[in-house]
Design a protein around this ligand. Structure first.
Ligand SMILES: Cc1cc2nc3c(=O)[nH]c(=O)nc-3n(C[C@H](O)[C@H](O)[C@H](O)COP(=O)(O)OP(=O)(O)OC[C@H]3O[C@@H](n4cnc5c(N)ncnc54)[C@H](O)[C@@H]3O)c2cc1C
Length: 482
């Protein structure tokens, strides 16, 4: 059997695995193997629908060593005034550049596409999906699991509803290819039925409207309504300083002053931090989907919304819901499956373990920044070891409590409290604080440095944020109870 020696084996060449490998490769002399079942880097972005984009600015997405995008502020469209959002094609092109131009030239990183990592009897193998050949990997330091969240998208997930013969259900990827006769194209569907209410479903609705489809031709199955982050509060730009830092302050104040999650969201809506599509429905879901106000206004044009919970079965001419309700739809409807869960909500486990790192979000919703920060701590540990003063995993884990991913709105306060506790721990670590300030994936730290003492308005926002953050630990117990 072939063998391969390396310091680190990273499982997965998605955004998370690459952000980790990039920081570790540039901050240490470690040898790293990055393996992925897929044939090209970028993880789920390789299978994304053609009209997908990031929902947060390109400015702080990707890996630390290579900028994504040109720093453009969009001048047209619903994202007008905000930082550019890379398209799916830009994201996959970017991750290819990361591998080719930033990782491989170090001479210490290998990318192994079409290879599955399998672990058995305490040993780690790379299995080629093309030849079936197994390679035993001798990992000198750690296996890095960058697949823990098990990201799924409609094109690759397993549906949790039945599709009867003759019913047409496709993933969003099929929409731009509808003209192709072999996909049943050339025949306009009577009605487009969007199944699901997350970010993908919103992207589909926006794209259909943008293509000129009248809203009356769209039916939207919304099992749950979702709160959305107002994209104006996520802009790493001085012009948006009050919106972004003010929104952070508003979130801290809400954690301190409110007693229910519902109250928190309503308060944040009033402060312009959170948005919802339908003002008369109380959203119960929160996955950090981020939208511009202009996009939400567009989505409101779709008024045929079915709120009967999840669909159990799609039949020609009918939707059957889990609650037993049957709703008629035109026979020639085309249903778009937007029901993938995106990330599995798995238990939080320690990030640093003997011989292993399990990458999880330590700042939410920033998986790439989180992975880079963990890699920095690992690289710092290697340096400390060389200097004869090793750091312990206990100390590293104290800086990296995994943030529990919210699903319902009731999970949001806890996620915020854990995220803030990490942030405060980082603030007490001088070296780490400095690293964060210069990291492109942070986005916001360097804005603070641009605020002079005479800028009283912005200094007041920072003072408000600091005061609120100091209060949160006193209210934390309220939100941490199981
Ligand atoms: C439509 C969409 C838009 C998004 N927009 C943003 C955004 O704007 N900003 C943001 O921060 N986040 C965004 N996200 C969140 C997104 O999930 C993350 O940014 C990121 O792309 C997830 O990367 P990942 O590496 O965790 O997962 P993946 O992309 O799924 O990569 C994991 C990789 O691991 C591989 N793998 C798993 N197990 C093994 C194994 N045993 N052996 C070999 N390979 C294995 C898989 O093949 C896969 O390629 C978005 C997500 C979606 C779906």
């Amino acid at each position: 059997m072939n063998t391969l020696d390396t310091d680190y084996l990273v499982i997965g060449a998605g955004a998370v695995g690459l952000a980790f490998a990039d920081t570790l490769a540039h901050e240490s002399s470690a040898q790293i193997v990055v393996a992925d079942r897929r044939g090209t880097p970028g993880g789920h972005w390789n299978d994304a629908y053609g009209f997908v984009t990031l929902h947060q600015p390109s400015a702080f997405y990707g890996v630390a060593s290579l900028p994504l995008g040109s720093g453009r502020i969009d001048s047209v469209g619903p994202n007008r005034g905000c930082h550019e959002l890379a398209s799916g094609a830009e994201v996959t092109g970017y991750f290819d550049r990361v591998v080719q131009q930033s990782l491989l030239p170090t001479g210490r990183v290998q990318f192994r596409p079409m290879c599955e990592v399998r672990e058995r009897d305490g040993q780690v193998f790379l299995v080629s999906l093309l030849s079936g050949e197994e390679t035993l990997v001798n990992v000198r330091r750690r296996v890095v699991d960058a697949s823990y969240y098990g990201t799924t998208i409609p094109a690759t997930h397993t549906r949790r509803f039945e599709v009867a013969d003759g019913a047409r259900v496709v993933p969003p990827n099929a929409l731009p290819a509808l003209w192709q006769p072999r996909l049943g194209g050339g025949r306009a569907p009577g009605q487009i039925v969007i199944l699901g209410a997350g970010k993908t479903a919103m992207d589909v609705a926006l794209w259909l409207l943008q293509c000129g489809l009248p809203p009356s031709r769209i039916t939207w199955v919304m099992p749950r309504d979702s709160w959305l982050i107002n994209r104006a509060t996520t802009q790493p730009e001085l012009a948006f300083f009050e919106a972004s830092f003010g929104s952070q302050a508003a979130q801290m104040e809400a954690l301190v002053q409110c007693h229910t999650a519902e109250e928190i969201f309503e308060r944040l809506e009033a402060a312009g931090v959170m948005l919802r599509i339908h003002a008369d429905v109380k959203p119960t879901m929160f996955h950090y989907a981020t939208m511009a106000e202009g996009e939400v206004a567009e989505l409101r044009r779709v008024t045929q919304v079915l709120r009967q919970g999840r669909v159990a079965r799609v039949e020609p001419g009918a939707l059957v819901f889990v609650n037993g309700t049957r709703v008629a739809i035109p026979e020639d409807s085309l249903c778009i499956d937007c029901t993938a869960t995106a990330v599995e909500r798995r238990p939080q486990v320690p990030v640093f373990q003997p011989g292993r790192i399990v990458l999880q979000m330590v700042r939410i919703p920033q998986p790439a920044f989180s992975a880079a920060l963990v890699a920095h701590l690992e690289a710092r540990g290697l340096e400390a070891e060389d200097e004869g003063s090793p750091e312990t995993d206990t100390a590293r884990n104290a800086l990296c409590t995994p943030v529990p991913l919210p699903d319902g709105i009731e999970h949001f306060p806890r996620a915020s409290v854990v995220g803030l506790a990490n942030q405060m721990a980082w603030g007490r670590d001088r070296e780490l604080r400095g690293w964060i300030r210069q990291c492109r994936l942070d986005g916001f730290g360097r804005l603070v440095e641009q605020i002079g003492p005479d800028d009283t308005a912005r200094q007041a926002v920072l003072a408000r944020l600091g005061a609120a953050a100091r209060q949160v630990p006193f209210a934390a117990a309220r939100w941490m109870a199981d």
